[in-house]
Design a protein around this ligand. Sequence first.
Ligand code: ADP
Ligand code: MG
Length: 696
Amino acid sequence: MPGLEERFGTMVFSDKAMQAYLPKDVYTKLRATIDEGKPLDMDVANVVAHAMKEWAIARGATHYAHWFQPLSCITSEKHEAFLDPVGGGAAIEKFSGKELVQGEPDASSFPNGGLRATFEARGYTAWDPTSPAFIKDEVLCIPTAFCSYTGEALDKKTPLLRSMVAIDTQAKRVLELFGKRPRRVVPCVGDEQEYFLIKEEDYARRPDLVITGRTLFGAPPCKGQELEEHYFGAIRPTVNEFMKELDDELWALGIAAKTKHNEVAPAQHELAPVFTNANCAVDENLVIMEKMRTVASHHGLVCLQHEKPFEGINGSGKHNNWSLSADNANLLDPGDTPEENLQFLVFLSCVIAAVDEYQDLLRASVATCGNDHRLGANEAPPAIISIFLGDLLTECVQKIVNGEASVHASHGVLDLGADVLPKLQQDNSDRNRTSPFAFTGNKFEFRMPGSQVNVSDANMVLDTAVASELGRFADALEGVDAAEFGERALAYVKQSLTDHRRILFGGDGYSEAWHEEAERRGLANLPTTADALPSFITEKSLELFESMNVLSEAEVRSRYEVKLEKYDKRMNIEVRTMLRMARRTYLPQISAYATKIAKGLATVKSASPEAVMSSEQALLDKLLGGVTAISVAVDALAEVHDKAEALTDVAERACCYAHEVIPAMDDLRARVDAMEDVVARAYWPVPTYDDMLFYV
Ligand code: ADP
Ligand code: MG
């Protein structure tokens, strides 16, 4: 078998492939587009398209597809053959620059949250040359943005790219003040993807998993995760085979899958690739998720990517590691010398200010129906945003706020009284797993995103908010005399840290005490999607997105609508599945078992009237009581479900689902789960948690 180096990137139109397939001058122009965002003219695009086609066909591709991310969150692709009939029954292989650069899918079948009514129905896809094209199942996939004809973003990628431009622009202004002129500042992202693997045959027998991605019923297993034996445990053979094939497929696509291990919950695992530019990281993550699903099927497995497939068992997140890179220098690296420290502190304080100012928006960016089961339950970060800095950095912030730090007037060097910052690198083992936003040495780890979400939104909000704070710093400091700059910058940092100190928290984020403390500090606590989403359309959010040229008001509103609608639709599907399963799967089986017990009772009694049958009688009573309780709960759920569906306003409907329907769902579930412990195994209609979680 070829070595890892040869296997890596064979199916991606990488820099190496470009060099091999493109004339030198075209290669140089394409690189300028990729690295500096320079426009690409059609002559160059034609040559690139031809080269891409040759490269792809040599690797078995027959089609190309513009690969994009509509607001539905799934990825979309329409395959076009590289064919052009030339008459006489013949055809030639063809792929033009125009076909590479722009596509015209019909936009009318994708969610647009009202944008279509305001603007044109047609949409177009535009090549994102900064994310490399790759071959997937004989199709050359070209990462693209998806917009309406009047330029409104209809997808997740466009705003992310715009937010990356915003951060590039504002960070460069700040760096200029420090005498630096990098070519490009980019947010770098590494997403840790958590997932579950279960057997296909179990999955097929659980309509709730098939339809909603999570178990709507199921009593806790006899053994959960309390023995703490799964995390980092030896990987079992079937899972190992799955992981090996997955790694191979991802490596071929140029995705540097690096870390894999068992996670905390039984049947739960994680994969983390090496970080890269934010837009590429998002594209890679979407491919990783898709590959996980298809590769699992080769091993008789199903990959569950829902945030909470099993109640009472840890859910899955997607930790989004984030940093800023200026021509490969990490701006969140504290640096080894006091000269570098002031600049680091400026960037750090801007991130802290951004997270505090826009905490509700960040929370909203990860709000989904599935993630509501995670945030706020005692496992994932809470729904309240706070920042964990670690001991050393907290100490440093404290000194600045207390006025104990100074800048030497002569050469602008920061003095914190002791050599605190250079020691930071060693401090990154000091983890706080309960924090939603933690500094881990030279990057921040945003732990709120759910496992199945497209992290474009979270990164777009983070980038935009940080860009805005960097812009504020630059506004305040531009024009300041060089001799005064150091002191003035430190004074700005001091003020900003003082203003935003409330967001810093190093304690246990799960504790009740923190919830109370957070409320005293005035931090937002938005437990459900219905509560969180309105943060998108506040004056402050609209102003942020518009001022940074990331989203127009119409674009923000459309996203808000789409997210709300999606929440309502998912909830509706869950309720319908629940009702159907209760009525058609559980009730008939519990009744059948009750009937069997009743018949047994009657038979024994008639043969032996004096027989002691009290426990059989008690069981029968319990079963019949359960049937009644389930029926009552079914009716109650159906009623409140009807009420929700009758509401015409999407936001009101979402609130009704979040605060009235969910409690009714919980109640029905509890009644059914209570029966799981008493109904004979042979009568129980679906695989249980014990069956599903321990046998892969
Ligand atoms: P953890 O110990 O948090 O589970 P992992 O090794 O599983 O860490 O994942 C860490 C992720 O962070 C990886 O995807 C890694 O590439 C990414 N990462 C490391 N450094 C940076 C950085 N400077 N910017 C963004 N992401 C980074
Ligand atoms: Mg990890």
